[in-house]
Design a protein around this ligand. Structure first.
Ligand code: IPM
Ligand code: MN
Length: 365
């Protein structure tokens, strides 16, 4: 009898470098499946520009249903110059936003960790970045991304930034809970000196904080937070912020790690979870076997940990990534003097080879 555990995954490679990094990460997942005796049942769907080309819409109801039937969703990236001139509500990005909204994925976790081997690839000074470990908790289904009314005519255009108490409370809870297993320090980032919605955000987060006496809560205006992130990233542990500020600050945080190509993410709701790299579709290098697959592979690691309760499998992947970086292998985006430049496929193979040969006890420890 086969007692193999089985999980259903919906795989949405998307556009640009999405399919390449997805393929690389699925091969890594396959190795994990073999060593942990787990079967991953994959269904693939279209989202973004490829879905527009195929069916005229950035995500179909069938694909949304496929996501609802899965234990987790993996997504590559969406968008590209080909679809940039389409009206706002028909763009590839709309497919991603619809996925987030329909699956209720309100907590977006974007961990920015510096691998010591990459300290020289960061645009910031080695001493500034070494030792930083930040979790950006971005609210993902509210704020100005989704607020109504929104629209434009020839003379004006408008968006609405609105937050409900429930939306702020639940993301604050996510941040405080995460902080419990980290350094116990949350920074709530807002613009309460100007915006009513941020004044509200600040008060609601402070109220939730009353339930977490062991966690330190700091406040920071978003302009200052952007500056502090590049000045001294080590001062941060968990950053919790609204949708738009989180979008911007997580790109800044990515530069601490060396490249946007390094940042994985998890988008979690009450019922569903989606894992995707923070980087975009990089159309200029798409199809050339140059993309850095590590953010996508790292997103698979987050899935194994968060959705399937396999922290050891996640750890195996992270250790393999670290080992390969220590060996000097780099895709172009993270290379520095004395390193060996590798393709997407070679990076994947190096990670897999390391996973297969890393014997316990872990030689890295
Ligand atoms: C991200 C991206 C998306 C966002 C785009 C592609 C809609 O930049 O996930 O950070 O703005 O949320
Ligand atoms: Mn972004």
């Amino acid at each position: 009898m086969d007692n193999k555990k089985s999980y259903k995954l919906t795989v949405l490679p998307g556009d640009g470098i999405g399919p390449e990094v997805m393929n690389a990460s699925l091969e890594v997942l396959n190795v994990i499946g073999n060593s942990y005796n787990i079967n991953f049942e994959l269904s693939t769907g279209l989202v973004g520009g490829c879905s527009i080309d195929e069916s005229g819409t950035p995500v179909t109801d069938e694909v949304l249903d496929l996501c609802r039937q899965a234990d987790a969703v993996l997504l590559g990236a969406v968008g590209g110059p080909k679809w940039d001139t389409l009206p706002q509500d028909q763009k590839p990005e709309k497919g991603l936003l619809k996925l987030r909204e329909s699956l209720g994925l309100y907590s977006n976790l974007r961990p920015a960790i510096i691998y010591p081997a990459l300290a020289d690839a960061s645009a910031l000074k080695r001493d500034v970045v070494l030792g930083s470990d930040i979790m950006v908790v971005r609210e993902l289904t509210g704020g100005i991304y989704f607020g109504e009314p929104r629209g434009q005519n020839v003379n004006e255009a408008w968006n609405t930034l609105r937050y409900t108490r429930n939306e702020v409370e639940r993301i604050a809870i996510t941040a405080f809970e995460l902080a419990k297993n980290r350094k116990g320090h949350v920074t709530s980032v807002h613009k309460a000196n100007v915006l009513e919605s941020s004044q509200f955000w600040r008060e609601v987060v402070e109220n939730v904080h009353d339930q977490y006496p062991d966690i330190t809560l700091d406040e920071m205006y978003v302009d200052n937070a952007a500056m502090q992130l590049v000045r001294d990233p080590k001062q941060f542990d968990v950053i919790v912020t609204q949708n738009l500020f989180g979008d911007i600050l997580s790109d800044i945080a990515a530069m601490i790690t060396g490249s946007l190509g390094m940042l994985p993410s998890a988008s979690i709701g009450e019922k569903y979870a989606l894992y995707e790299p923070v980087h975009g579709t990089a159309p200029e290098i798409a199809g050339q076997d140059k993309a850095n697959p590590l953010a996508m592979i790292g997103s698979v690691a987050m899935m194994l940990d968060i959705s399937f309760g396999l922290p050891n499998a996640a750890e195996d992947i992270k250790n393999a990534i670290e080992y390969v970086l220590n060996e000097g292998y780099r895709t172009e985006d993270i290379t520095s003097d004395g390193c060996t430049i590798v393709t997407t496929c070679e990076m994947r193979d190096n990670v897999i080879k390391t996973l297969e040969t890393l014997k316990k006890p872990n030689p890295l420890k």
